[in-house]
Ligand binder design. Sequence first.
Ligand code: 5GP
Length: 115
Amino acid sequence: MPSLFSKIISGEIPADIVYRDDQCTAFRDIQPQAPVHVLIVPNKEIPTVNDVTAEDEQLVGHLFTVAARIASREGIAADGYRLLVNCNRHGGQEVFHLHMHLMGGRFMGPMVVRK
Ligand code: 5GP
């Protein structure tokens, strides 16, 4: 079964796509937590960070390059932004297709919400 994000990448499920290349696709989060909230997703389905292998190192690095490019395009590069990757239950991961959150457009506050 393709993941929810694979269905967005293939166009089966609509999304506001802001960037696409042969390695990754970026689209706006459906429930934005900041004025800019974009998900940067490898086109290849990797469920979690635990599944990243040495073979994926170039791809994972590419997500950062794309994040910086989108941040610049969205006008938030100079003020700054947060990049976040959740892993499994304790990380609060909801969609099991690796993705990087790019959030900005306001002060993002302390890094981790205290319990
Ligand atoms: P996670 O908690 O797995 O790191 O983040 C999953 C993110 O995917 C959440 O921020 C959630 O709002 C977003 N999301 C879930 N379903 C959809 C959808 O159908 N479309 C879009 N654009 N985002 C989604």
